[in-house]
Design a protein around this ligand. Structure first.
Ligand code: HMG
Length: 404
Protein backbone atom coordinates (compact mmCIF):
# COMPACT_ATOMS: atom_id res chain seq x y z
CA UNK A 1 0.00 0.00 0.00
CA UNK A 2 1.29 3.46 -0.87
CA UNK A 3 1.85 5.80 2.09
CA UNK A 4 -0.91 8.44 2.27
CA UNK A 5 0.09 11.99 1.31
CA UNK A 6 -0.45 13.94 4.50
CA UNK A 7 1.32 16.97 5.87
CA UNK A 8 1.34 20.68 6.58
CA UNK A 9 -0.84 22.57 4.14
CA UNK A 10 -0.38 26.10 5.55
CA UNK A 11 1.25 27.86 8.48
CA UNK A 12 0.73 31.20 10.24
CA UNK A 13 2.24 33.02 13.22
CA UNK A 14 1.13 35.40 15.86
CA UNK A 15 3.39 37.32 18.24
CA UNK A 16 2.77 39.74 21.10
CA UNK A 17 3.06 43.42 20.33
CA UNK A 18 6.06 44.04 22.57
CA UNK A 19 9.64 42.79 22.59
CA UNK A 20 12.77 43.46 24.61
CA UNK A 21 16.02 44.04 22.80
CA UNK A 22 18.59 41.61 24.18
CA UNK A 23 21.51 44.03 23.91
CA UNK A 24 19.54 46.35 26.21
CA UNK A 25 18.67 43.49 28.58
CA UNK A 26 22.36 42.48 28.70
CA UNK A 27 23.31 46.02 29.67
CA UNK A 28 20.66 46.07 32.41
CA UNK A 29 21.91 42.71 33.77
CA UNK A 30 25.60 43.69 33.59
CA UNK A 31 26.35 40.99 31.01
CA UNK A 32 28.46 41.57 27.84
CA UNK A 33 25.91 41.89 24.98
CA UNK A 34 27.96 39.41 22.90
CA UNK A 35 26.98 36.71 25.38
CA UNK A 36 23.28 37.05 24.51
CA UNK A 37 23.71 37.97 20.84
CA UNK A 38 26.39 35.41 19.94
CA UNK A 39 26.79 33.07 22.92
CA UNK A 40 23.03 32.45 23.21
CA UNK A 41 22.37 33.47 19.61
CA UNK A 42 19.25 35.59 19.83
CA UNK A 43 18.33 39.26 19.25
CA UNK A 44 14.95 39.89 20.84
CA UNK A 45 12.48 38.26 23.17
CA UNK A 46 8.76 38.76 22.62
CA UNK A 47 6.86 39.85 25.74
CA UNK A 48 3.13 39.25 26.21
CA UNK A 49 1.19 42.30 27.43
CA UNK A 50 -1.69 42.20 29.96
CA UNK A 51 -4.27 41.60 27.21
CA UNK A 52 -2.25 38.83 25.53
CA UNK A 53 -2.07 35.20 26.65
CA UNK A 54 -1.76 31.74 25.04
CA UNK A 55 -5.44 31.87 24.03
CA UNK A 56 -5.27 35.23 22.23
CA UNK A 57 -1.98 34.27 20.56
CA UNK A 58 -3.53 30.98 19.38
CA UNK A 59 -6.72 32.63 18.10
CA UNK A 60 -4.83 35.34 16.25
CA UNK A 61 -2.49 32.81 14.60
CA UNK A 62 -5.41 30.56 13.59
CA UNK A 63 -7.45 33.46 12.19
CA UNK A 64 -4.49 34.53 10.15
CA UNK A 65 -4.07 30.93 8.95
CA UNK A 66 -7.64 30.81 7.66
CA UNK A 67 -7.53 34.26 6.09
CA UNK A 68 -4.26 33.67 4.30
CA UNK A 69 -4.63 30.02 3.24
CA UNK A 70 -8.19 30.22 1.94
CA UNK A 71 -9.27 27.42 4.30
CA UNK A 72 -12.39 27.76 6.40
CA UNK A 73 -13.10 26.87 10.05
CA UNK A 74 -15.89 24.68 8.61
CA UNK A 75 -13.19 22.36 7.14
CA UNK A 76 -11.87 21.38 10.58
CA UNK A 77 -12.67 18.04 12.23
CA UNK A 78 -9.85 17.97 14.77
CA UNK A 79 -8.30 20.83 16.75
CA UNK A 80 -5.30 20.18 18.96
CA UNK A 81 -3.53 22.89 20.91
CA UNK A 82 -0.01 22.15 22.10
CA UNK A 83 0.89 24.30 25.09
CA UNK A 84 2.80 24.10 28.34
CA UNK A 85 1.51 27.45 29.59
CA UNK A 86 -2.18 26.63 29.70
CA UNK A 87 -4.57 29.14 31.26
CA UNK A 88 -6.69 26.65 33.24
CA UNK A 89 -6.05 23.30 34.95
CA UNK A 90 -9.16 21.81 33.35
CA UNK A 91 -10.59 23.79 30.45
CA UNK A 92 -8.22 23.43 27.48
CA UNK A 93 -7.04 26.33 25.32
CA UNK A 94 -8.54 24.32 22.45
CA UNK A 95 -12.04 24.85 23.89
CA UNK A 96 -11.59 28.63 23.95
CA UNK A 97 -10.27 28.37 20.39
CA UNK A 98 -13.28 26.32 19.31
CA UNK A 99 -15.60 29.06 20.49
CA UNK A 100 -13.63 32.08 19.34
CA UNK A 101 -13.00 30.64 15.87
CA UNK A 102 -16.47 29.16 15.38
CA UNK A 103 -15.22 25.63 14.66
CA UNK A 104 -17.83 22.97 13.80
CA UNK A 105 -19.68 21.10 16.56
CA UNK A 106 -18.58 17.78 15.03
CA UNK A 107 -14.99 18.36 16.01
CA UNK A 108 -12.54 16.61 18.37
CA UNK A 109 -10.92 19.34 20.46
CA UNK A 110 -8.20 18.96 23.08
CA UNK A 111 -4.96 20.26 24.52
CA UNK A 112 -1.66 18.34 24.41
CA UNK A 113 1.01 18.85 27.05
CA UNK A 114 4.53 17.58 27.16
CA UNK A 115 6.71 20.66 27.65
CA UNK A 116 7.89 21.81 24.19
CA UNK A 117 6.94 18.45 22.66
CA UNK A 118 3.18 19.17 22.96
CA UNK A 119 2.95 20.76 19.49
CA UNK A 120 4.63 17.78 17.86
CA UNK A 121 2.37 15.40 19.78
CA UNK A 122 -0.52 17.35 18.22
CA UNK A 123 0.93 17.41 14.72
CA UNK A 124 1.81 13.71 14.59
CA UNK A 125 -1.58 12.74 16.04
CA UNK A 126 -3.28 14.85 13.40
CA UNK A 127 -1.22 13.18 10.67
CA UNK A 128 -2.15 9.73 11.98
CA UNK A 129 -5.85 10.77 12.26
CA UNK A 130 -5.87 11.67 8.59
CA UNK A 131 -3.79 8.66 7.50
CA UNK A 132 -6.13 6.33 9.41
CA UNK A 133 -9.13 7.65 7.46
CA UNK A 134 -10.86 9.26 10.45
CA UNK A 135 -10.75 12.71 8.85
CA UNK A 136 -13.17 11.76 6.05
CA UNK A 137 -11.97 14.68 3.91
CA UNK A 138 -11.70 17.16 6.76
CA UNK A 139 -8.55 18.94 7.92
CA UNK A 140 -6.90 19.28 11.33
CA UNK A 141 -5.97 22.54 13.00
CA UNK A 142 -2.86 22.24 15.17
CA UNK A 143 -1.87 25.32 17.15
CA UNK A 144 1.25 25.62 19.31
CA UNK A 145 1.00 28.53 21.74
CA UNK A 146 3.08 29.58 24.73
CA UNK A 147 4.43 32.39 26.86
CA UNK A 148 7.93 31.36 28.02
CA UNK A 149 8.99 32.83 31.34
CA UNK A 150 11.96 32.36 33.65
CA UNK A 151 12.73 34.36 36.81
CA UNK A 152 14.04 37.88 36.23
CA UNK A 153 17.83 37.96 36.30
CA UNK A 154 18.15 34.16 35.95
CA UNK A 155 20.36 32.58 33.28
CA UNK A 156 17.20 31.45 31.47
CA UNK A 157 15.84 35.03 31.23
CA UNK A 158 17.40 35.87 27.81
CA UNK A 159 15.80 32.70 26.39
CA UNK A 160 12.22 33.84 27.04
CA UNK A 161 9.73 34.51 24.24
CA UNK A 162 6.04 34.24 23.36
CA UNK A 163 4.01 33.42 20.30
CA UNK A 164 1.84 30.94 18.48
CA UNK A 165 2.20 28.89 15.32
CA UNK A 166 -0.96 27.60 13.65
CA UNK A 167 -0.81 24.77 11.13
CA UNK A 168 -3.39 23.32 8.82
CA UNK A 169 -2.80 19.57 8.43
CA UNK A 170 -4.49 17.74 5.60
CA UNK A 171 -4.28 15.26 2.77
CA UNK A 172 -2.34 16.43 -0.32
CA UNK A 173 -0.71 19.34 1.52
CA UNK A 174 0.68 22.36 -0.32
CA UNK A 175 3.70 23.10 1.93
CA UNK A 176 5.30 19.99 3.39
CA UNK A 177 4.48 16.31 2.86
CA UNK A 178 5.38 14.32 5.98
CA UNK A 179 6.62 10.72 6.00
CA UNK A 180 3.77 8.97 7.73
CA UNK A 181 4.79 6.26 10.19
CA UNK A 182 8.53 6.82 9.79
CA UNK A 183 9.60 8.76 12.87
CA UNK A 184 12.19 8.16 15.55
CA UNK A 185 10.93 8.74 19.09
CA UNK A 186 12.93 8.88 22.33
CA UNK A 187 11.76 9.35 25.92
CA UNK A 188 13.38 9.44 29.36
CA UNK A 189 12.25 10.60 32.81
CA UNK A 190 14.52 13.56 33.63
CA UNK A 191 14.24 16.76 35.68
CA UNK A 192 15.89 19.19 33.30
CA UNK A 193 13.07 21.77 33.18
CA UNK A 194 9.79 21.88 35.10
CA UNK A 195 7.12 24.28 36.30
CA UNK A 196 5.25 23.31 39.48
CA UNK A 197 1.51 24.01 39.31
CA UNK A 198 1.70 27.14 41.46
CA UNK A 199 4.60 28.68 39.46
CA UNK A 200 4.25 31.11 36.54
CA UNK A 201 7.96 30.88 35.80
CA UNK A 202 9.82 27.76 34.73
CA UNK A 203 12.55 26.19 36.83
CA UNK A 204 15.45 24.72 34.93
CA UNK A 205 18.73 22.90 35.42
CA UNK A 206 20.14 24.81 32.44
CA UNK A 207 23.35 23.00 31.55
CA UNK A 208 21.81 19.61 32.32
CA UNK A 209 18.90 20.50 30.01
CA UNK A 210 21.35 21.09 27.16
CA UNK A 211 22.83 17.64 27.71
CA UNK A 212 19.35 16.06 27.93
CA UNK A 213 18.43 17.71 24.62
CA UNK A 214 21.57 16.35 22.93
CA UNK A 215 21.09 12.86 24.39
CA UNK A 216 17.47 12.85 23.20
CA UNK A 217 18.54 14.00 19.75
CA UNK A 218 21.01 11.12 19.57
CA UNK A 219 18.33 8.64 20.66
CA UNK A 220 15.65 9.95 18.31
CA UNK A 221 17.98 10.24 15.33
CA UNK A 222 19.31 6.72 15.89
CA UNK A 223 15.76 5.38 16.01
CA UNK A 224 14.81 7.32 12.86
CA UNK A 225 17.76 5.77 11.05
CA UNK A 226 16.81 2.32 12.41
CA UNK A 227 13.27 2.59 10.98
CA UNK A 228 14.63 3.46 7.53
CA UNK A 229 14.74 7.26 7.75
CA UNK A 230 17.93 7.45 5.74
CA UNK A 231 16.38 5.67 2.79
CA UNK A 232 15.64 8.22 0.10
CA UNK A 233 17.20 11.58 -0.65
CA UNK A 234 19.60 13.17 1.86
CA UNK A 235 18.19 15.91 4.08
CA UNK A 236 18.82 19.27 2.42
CA UNK A 237 17.95 21.21 5.58
CA UNK A 238 17.13 20.33 9.16
CA UNK A 239 14.98 22.33 11.58
CA UNK A 240 15.61 21.78 15.28
CA UNK A 241 13.72 22.76 18.40
CA UNK A 242 15.12 26.25 19.12
CA UNK A 243 15.13 27.27 22.80
CA UNK A 244 17.84 29.69 21.62
CA UNK A 245 19.88 29.80 18.41
CA UNK A 246 23.10 28.37 19.83
CA UNK A 247 21.25 25.21 20.90
CA UNK A 248 20.31 24.48 17.29
CA UNK A 249 23.94 25.00 16.32
CA UNK A 250 25.07 22.50 18.99
CA UNK A 251 22.35 20.06 17.89
CA UNK A 252 23.39 20.20 14.26
CA UNK A 253 27.03 19.56 15.11
CA UNK A 254 26.01 16.62 17.30
CA UNK A 255 23.83 15.06 14.60
CA UNK A 256 26.31 15.51 11.80
CA UNK A 257 29.08 14.00 13.92
CA UNK A 258 26.78 11.00 14.45
CA UNK A 259 26.83 10.77 10.65
CA UNK A 260 30.62 10.43 10.86
CA UNK A 261 31.40 14.03 9.87
CA UNK A 262 34.28 15.90 11.47
CA UNK A 263 33.39 18.76 13.81
CA UNK A 264 34.72 21.21 11.23
CA UNK A 265 32.62 19.75 8.39
CA UNK A 266 29.56 19.71 10.63
CA UNK A 267 30.04 23.38 11.56
CA UNK A 268 30.68 24.35 7.94
CA UNK A 269 27.37 22.82 6.88
CA UNK A 270 25.45 24.92 9.42
CA UNK A 271 25.15 28.02 7.20
CA UNK A 272 23.48 26.06 4.39
CA UNK A 273 21.56 23.42 6.35
CA UNK A 274 20.26 25.34 9.38
CA UNK A 275 20.91 29.12 9.43
CA UNK A 276 17.79 30.26 7.55
CA UNK A 277 15.58 28.43 10.05
CA UNK A 278 16.91 30.61 12.89
CA UNK A 279 16.05 34.05 11.48
CA UNK A 280 12.54 34.28 12.96
CA UNK A 281 13.39 32.50 16.24
CA UNK A 282 16.15 35.10 16.86
CA UNK A 283 13.50 37.84 16.59
CA UNK A 284 10.98 36.20 18.94
CA UNK A 285 12.80 33.88 21.37
CA UNK A 286 11.68 30.51 22.70
CA UNK A 287 8.01 29.90 21.97
CA UNK A 288 8.23 26.42 23.57
CA UNK A 289 5.73 24.13 21.73
CA UNK A 290 5.93 26.28 18.59
CA UNK A 291 9.72 26.61 18.47
CA UNK A 292 10.37 23.86 15.93
CA UNK A 293 7.51 25.12 13.75
CA UNK A 294 8.71 28.71 14.02
CA UNK A 295 12.03 27.38 12.68
CA UNK A 296 10.16 25.61 9.87
CA UNK A 297 8.23 28.81 9.09
CA UNK A 298 11.52 30.72 9.02
CA UNK A 299 13.05 28.17 6.63
CA UNK A 300 10.06 28.21 4.28
CA UNK A 301 9.83 31.99 4.39
CA UNK A 302 13.46 32.30 3.33
CA UNK A 303 13.95 29.34 1.04
CA UNK A 304 10.72 27.68 -0.11
CA UNK A 305 11.62 28.15 -3.76
CA UNK A 306 15.24 26.97 -3.40
CA UNK A 307 14.25 23.78 -1.57
CA UNK A 308 11.12 22.85 -3.54
CA UNK A 309 11.08 19.07 -3.97
CA UNK A 310 13.87 18.60 -1.39
CA UNK A 311 13.67 16.53 1.76
CA UNK A 312 14.09 18.21 5.16
CA UNK A 313 14.53 16.87 8.69
CA UNK A 314 12.64 18.00 11.80
CA UNK A 315 13.71 17.48 15.40
CA UNK A 316 11.36 18.16 18.30
CA UNK A 317 12.43 18.16 21.95
CA UNK A 318 10.31 18.57 25.04
CA UNK A 319 11.92 18.59 28.47
CA UNK A 320 11.06 15.89 30.88
CA UNK A 321 11.66 14.43 28.22
CA UNK A 322 10.30 13.27 24.87
CA UNK A 323 11.80 13.85 21.45
CA UNK A 324 11.10 12.84 17.88
CA UNK A 325 13.02 13.05 14.62
CA UNK A 326 11.06 12.92 11.38
CA UNK A 327 11.24 14.15 7.79
CA UNK A 328 9.20 15.56 4.96
CA UNK A 329 9.44 16.93 1.44
CA UNK A 330 8.84 20.56 0.50
CA UNK A 331 6.08 20.70 -2.10
CA UNK A 332 6.67 22.33 -5.51
CA UNK A 333 3.79 24.78 -4.91
CA UNK A 334 5.16 25.87 -1.50
CA UNK A 335 6.92 29.04 -2.74
CA UNK A 336 3.75 30.52 -4.27
CA UNK A 337 1.76 29.73 -1.14
CA UNK A 338 4.45 31.14 1.17
CA UNK A 339 4.23 34.46 -0.72
CA UNK A 340 0.47 34.44 -0.13
CA UNK A 341 0.84 33.52 3.55
CA UNK A 342 3.24 36.41 4.30
CA UNK A 343 4.58 34.39 7.19
CA UNK A 344 6.77 37.05 8.82
CA UNK A 345 4.33 39.97 8.44
CA UNK A 346 3.09 39.90 12.08
CA UNK A 347 6.59 40.83 13.26
CA UNK A 348 6.43 44.14 11.42
CA UNK A 349 3.88 45.44 13.93
CA UNK A 350 6.02 44.77 17.01
CA UNK A 351 7.30 47.56 19.23
CA UNK A 352 10.33 47.65 21.50
CA UNK A 353 9.60 48.01 25.19
CA UNK A 354 12.33 49.13 27.58
CA UNK A 355 13.63 46.87 30.34
CA UNK A 356 11.96 48.97 33.05
CA UNK A 357 8.53 48.55 31.39
CA UNK A 358 9.13 44.82 30.92
CA UNK A 359 9.95 44.48 34.61
CA UNK A 360 6.85 46.47 35.52
CA UNK A 361 4.68 44.18 33.36
CA UNK A 362 6.09 41.17 35.16
CA UNK A 363 5.48 42.69 38.58
CA UNK A 364 1.84 43.43 37.65
CA UNK A 365 1.40 39.94 36.24
CA UNK A 366 2.33 38.43 39.60
CA UNK A 367 -1.19 39.49 40.69
CA UNK A 368 -3.04 36.53 39.22
CA UNK A 369 -6.55 37.78 39.99
CA UNK A 370 -6.15 40.89 37.90
CA UNK A 371 -9.47 42.17 36.53
CA UNK A 372 -8.78 44.85 33.95
CA UNK A 373 -11.74 47.08 33.26
CA UNK A 374 -13.64 45.94 30.15
CA UNK A 375 -12.66 48.15 27.25
CA UNK A 376 -9.12 48.71 28.49
CA UNK A 377 -7.84 46.34 25.80
CA UNK A 378 -5.69 47.78 23.05
CA UNK A 379 -7.48 48.71 19.86
CA UNK A 380 -4.55 47.67 17.65
CA UNK A 381 -5.71 45.61 14.69
CA UNK A 382 -4.05 42.69 12.92
CA UNK A 383 -3.86 42.48 9.14
CA UNK A 384 -7.10 40.56 9.35
CA UNK A 385 -8.69 43.52 11.06
CA UNK A 386 -9.50 41.78 14.34
CA UNK A 387 -7.32 40.93 17.27
CA UNK A 388 -8.50 38.73 20.11
CA UNK A 389 -7.65 40.21 23.51
CA UNK A 390 -7.88 38.95 27.07
CA UNK A 391 -10.04 41.15 29.31
CA UNK A 392 -9.60 39.39 32.65
CA UNK A 393 -11.74 37.04 34.74
CA UNK A 394 -15.35 37.53 35.78
CA UNK A 395 -16.79 37.05 39.28
CA UNK A 396 -16.73 33.25 38.79
CA UNK A 397 -13.12 33.31 37.59
CA UNK A 398 -14.13 32.57 34.02
CA UNK A 399 -11.70 34.09 31.52
CA UNK A 400 -13.22 36.69 29.23
CA UNK A 401 -12.04 37.44 25.71
CA UNK A 402 -13.14 39.97 23.10
CA UNK A 403 -12.13 41.35 19.73
CA UNK A 404 -10.36 44.67 19.70
P1 HMG B 1 24.43 30.50 31.14
O1 HMG B 1 24.88 29.40 32.03
O2 HMG B 1 24.25 31.86 31.75
O3 HMG B 1 25.36 30.68 29.92
O4 HMG B 1 23.04 30.13 30.47
P2 HMG B 1 26.77 29.99 29.60
O5 HMG B 1 27.77 30.44 30.59
O6 HMG B 1 26.60 28.51 29.36
O7 HMG B 1 27.05 30.73 28.22
C1 HMG B 1 26.21 30.50 27.12
C2 HMG B 1 27.10 30.59 25.87
O8 HMG B 1 27.54 31.94 25.72
C3 HMG B 1 28.36 29.73 25.95
O9 HMG B 1 28.59 29.20 24.66
C4 HMG B 1 29.44 30.74 26.31
O10 HMG B 1 30.74 30.36 25.88
C5 HMG B 1 28.95 31.95 25.54
P3 HMG B 1 28.70 27.61 24.45
O11 HMG B 1 29.81 27.14 25.31
O12 HMG B 1 27.36 27.04 24.91
O13 HMG B 1 28.94 27.43 23.00
N1 HMG B 1 29.46 33.23 26.06
C6 HMG B 1 29.86 34.24 25.27
N2 HMG B 1 29.91 34.35 23.93
C7 HMG B 1 30.36 35.54 23.42
N3 HMG B 1 30.77 36.57 24.19
C8 HMG B 1 30.74 36.50 25.54
C9 HMG B 1 30.26 35.28 26.13
N4 HMG B 1 30.09 34.86 27.41
C10 HMG B 1 29.60 33.60 27.36
N5 HMG B 1 31.15 37.54 26.29
C11 HMG B 1 21.65 28.39 29.57
C12 HMG B 1 22.87 29.26 29.35
C13 HMG B 1 21.27 27.74 28.24
C14 HMG B 1 21.98 27.30 30.58
C15 HMG B 1 20.47 29.27 30.09
O14 HMG B 1 20.17 30.27 29.16
C16 HMG B 1 19.22 28.47 30.40
O15 HMG B 1 19.10 27.84 31.44
N6 HMG B 1 18.21 28.50 29.47
C17 HMG B 1 16.94 27.82 29.66
C18 HMG B 1 17.04 26.33 29.43
C19 HMG B 1 17.24 25.99 27.97
O16 HMG B 1 16.94 26.74 27.08
N7 HMG B 1 17.75 24.75 27.73
C20 HMG B 1 17.93 24.26 26.37
C21 HMG B 1 17.76 22.76 26.26
S1 HMG B 1 16.24 22.21 27.02
C22 HMG B 1 15.00 22.68 25.88
O17 HMG B 1 15.29 23.04 24.79
C23 HMG B 1 13.58 22.60 26.36
C24 HMG B 1 12.93 23.94 26.64
O18 HMG B 1 12.61 24.60 25.42
C25 HMG B 1 11.68 23.76 27.51
C26 HMG B 1 10.64 22.75 27.14
O19 HMG B 1 10.88 21.68 26.55
O20 HMG B 1 9.50 22.97 27.55
C27 HMG B 1 13.84 24.88 27.42
Amino acid sequence: MNAPHVGIDAIALSVPRGYVDLAELAEARGVPPEKYLNGIGTRRMAIAGPDEDPVTLAVNAARRLFERSGASPADIGLCIVGTETAVDHSKPVAAFLHGLLGLPRACRVFEAKHACFGGTAGLLNAVDWIAAGSARGRAALVVCTDVARYPLGSSGEPTQGAGAVAMLVRQDPRLLGLEVGRTGAFARDVHDFWRPLHHKEALVDGHFSVQCYLDALAGAYDEWRRVGGEEGAPLARTCYHVPYGKMARKAHRHRRMMDGWTEQAADESFAVEVASSLVLPAQIGNVYTGSLYLALASLLDAEAKAIAGRRIGLFSYGSGCCAEFFAGTVKPEAAALVAQLEIAAPLADCERICVADYERLRAEDALTDRRPAPGSASARQTLEGRRAVYLGVDANERRVYADA
